[in-house]
Design a protein around this ligand. Structure first.
Ligand code: ASP
Ligand code: MG
Length: 419
């Protein structure tokens, strides 16, 4: 017997038929003898509709009342799922954030979970009842309803799993797992059986969006084993004894034979900004990047170089394309404060990253990447590395070619698929 948290997103509970399908997935686990807590989102489109209503009433709304409204979608889906479970003979009860209680900070609309009092839930599970829990919501110390920020129900599920010391947290979604790269770009991409938390964080923040990054960070901090799997699989299809049919995101030591490279991540919409001949003296980087941070521009790669005269340096950084305009406005505003000769911006760039914990103990991973790109005639603009990844910035025209070439070069192509 195991204790499981099962999480279903908006599309999985999008209509009554799908809610019945979710109930069938839950019933399967209950029939197998497991204790089950289910976390659900609002029915698809519902949260957007509620956000729209608050905007229609008042664009400068009171965030406390915004949370009262937008948290309501989850209240409907937990009630419906509890009913659907009872309908197929599974004892179930719904739980809202305040009933559990999920204590959060009082930053309405973007609250952080502080603590979860899971005693009541645990008692229910031990009595053999399924707890159907509203994701996305909690309660502040002032007793007001809060929400965690859009997409927050992944984080709710992981936090509940940590509080219940669950054996696993299964995230049911519209894809069947985490792939070695985007299958829309590389048809030979393969589903990973397992991936470590760290690699998943790199893959997710680099553009392979399956799970909210915040939920993976939380899972890593609390050692919650996470599985990504599809909710569209037939609920009664045969599955292996360990319950893993999608991708398990877990600790490195649970992965027996670690590949050197696990995947190729791809961020298509990047922009490069270069300040030429910036005065080379202490404090300049802070003068440039401080105001960018204050303007909430998310700077990714940064490179600083000496220029020939030794008195000035060139500074290059990248931002996502939709933040380029804001970044340039900030830099323009620095004129007079920061000395530089010229400002250049290249909007259409892509960042390609090779990710794998095996890099820690293997040399030559970066070299292989550079060689492969060179052979394809692809110019590298910026390089950055961490312990478990190597990233390059290239012209976006070559992005898909680069991803395909690297996927093959690191032996990730599925050999069983004809091209
Ligand atoms: N229903 C919320 C949203 O749409 C939370 C979630 O789906 O994760 O943002
Ligand atoms: Mg979601």
């Amino acid at each position: 017997m195991a204790r499981l948290v099962m999480k279903f997103g908006g599309t999985s509970v999008g209509d009554i038929e799908r809610i019945r399908n979710v109930a069938a997935h839950v019933k399967r686990e209950v029939d197998a003898g497991h204790q089950v807590a289910v976390v659900v989102s609002a029915m698809s489109g519902e949260t957007n509709r509620l956000v729209g209503l608050t905007r229609d009433v008042s664009p400068l709304h009171d965030a406390r009342e915004y949370d009262v409204v937008v948290s309501a979608g989850e209240q409907i889906s937990v009630g419906l799922l509890a009913l659907a479970l009872q309908d197929v003979g599974v004892a179930a009860r719904s739980w809202l954030g305040w009933q559990i209680k999920v204590e959060t900070s009082d930053v309405h609309g973007a609250a952080r979970i502080l603590d979860i009092h899971a005693d009541g839930l645990e008692a229910q599970l031990e009595e053999g009842r399924v707890a159907v829990i509203a994701g996305f919501q909690g309660i502040s110390s002032a007793g007001r309803i809060t929400t965690l920020g859009r997409g927050g129900s992944d984080t709710s599920a992981v936090a509940i799993a940590a509080a219940l010391k669950a054996d696993r947290c299964d995230i049911y979604t519209d894809v069947d797992g985490v792939y070695t790269t985007d299958p829309r770009v590389v048809s030979q991409a393969t589903k990973l059986a397992r991936i470590s938390y760290e690699e998943m964080l790199e893959m997710a923040s680099l553009g392979a969006k399956v799970l909210q990054t915040r939920s993976v960070e939380l899972a890593m901090a609390h050692n919650v084993r996470l599985q990504v799997r599809s909710s569209f699989d037939a609920a009664d299809s045969a599955f292996p004894e360990d319950g893993i049919v999608g991708t398990l995101i877990c600790n490195e030591d649970e992965i027996m034979e670690q590949e050197i490279v696990s995947g190729i991540a791809y961020a298509p919409n990047e922009a490069k900004v270069t300040l030429l001949q910036v005065a080379d003296k202490p404090g300049v980087a802070a003068e440039i990047f401080g105001p960018l941070a204050d303007a909430a521009v998310n700077v990714d790669m940064i490179v600083q170089n000496m220029s020939a005269d030794g008195k000035t340096t060139d500074v290059t950084f990248t931002v996502s394309s939709d933040e380029l305009e804001r970044a340039l406005a900030v830099i323009e505003g620095l004129k007079g404060k920061v000395e530089f000769a010229n400002l250049q911006a290249v909007p259409e760039m892509a960042k390609i990253s090779v990710v794998g914990v095996g890099m820690r103990s293997h040399a030559g991973v970066a070299q292989k990447m550079f060689k492969e790109l060179a052979e394809k005639g692809i110019n590298i603009h910026v390089i950055s590395t961490s312990e478990i990844k190597v990233s390059v910035l290239i012209d976006s025209d070559y992005a898909e070619l680069a991803v395909r070439a690297l996927h093959a070069a690191y032996g990730l192509d599925d050999e069983t698929i004809d091209t």
